[in-house]
Design a protein around this ligand. Structure first.
Ligand SMILES: CC(C)(COP(=O)(O)OP(=O)(O)OC[C@H]1O[C@@H](n2cnc3c(N)ncnc32)[C@H](O)[C@@H]1OP(=O)(O)O)[C@@H](O)C(=O)NCCC(=O)NCCS
Length: 176
């Protein structure tokens, strides 16, 4: 788990976080997670890893993935709308990629809505590539999902993550 500059703090999601997580979820996705989903993920799903990002003690973002063999599949990532544009979505993604590297996993995949430009830009910043399309994947809007993958989680990519981390932490400390 990354240790960002205080008062930011990353830690595993717990049951006590679920009200705050649900509030961010409702503000972030066209169709929020079904009731009980995160309870199940935390309590029952041994493949699931979820983290929250806090500012002091306030939960302002969360992210999660499933570890299946040597593949990490990002299931969700969101920052609170009032905290966007500050590098915090990036912090959540970077943390997740570092966790993936240390498992160790080799592959990172995710699906993103075709219309979700901001998220796609975030993934492109981390050198993800579009490798496929799932037609009409999202039942609420009938939208396609773009399937994206990170570069292989090797030493070269880890060095890139280290450089990104240094830059991001300087930004979070107000030095950039
Ligand atoms: C996607 C999301 C997590 C980004 O969070 P954020 O805290 O605003 O992102 P950051 O400030 O860390 O931005 C990191 C990078 O993302 C991209 N980005 C973020 N917002 C963007 C925007 N409005 N337009 C273009 N690119 C954007 C940029 O590449 C940015 O890097 P930069 O700061 O060097 O320009 C956030 O918009 C969100 O929670 N959206 C709703 C939930 C969602 O769609 N999740 C993704 C599901 S696949």
């Amino acid at each position: 788990m990354l240790a960002p500059p205080p008062p930011y703090h990353l830690r595993p999601m717990t049951m006590a976080d679920l009200t705050a997580v649900a509030a961010i979820d409702h503000l972030s996705f066209p169709t929020p997670a079904r009731p009980g989903l995160y309870e199940h993920e935390i309590a029952d799903n041994t493949l699931a890893y979820y983290q929250v990002l806090c500012h002091d003690n306030q939960v302002i973002g969360y992210a999660g993935y499933w570890l299946i063999g040597d593949e990490v599949h990002i299931s969700t990532i969101a920052s609170h709308p009032e905290w966007r544009g500050l590098g915090l979505g990036e912090l959540l993604l970077l943390n997740l990629l570092v966790l993936a590297y240390t498992h160790p996993a080799n592959i990172v995949t995710l699906e993103v809505r075709q219309s979700n430009y901001s998220a796609q830009q975030l993934y492109l910043k981390y050198q993800f590539e579009m490798v496929g399309r799932r037609r009409r994947y999202y039942r609420d809007t009938g939208e396609d999902a773009l399937l994206m993958t990170a570069p292989p989680l090797d030493a070269r990519y880890y060095q890139f993550l280290e450089r990104q981390k240094e830059q991001l932490f300087r930004r979070l400390m107000g030095e950039e």
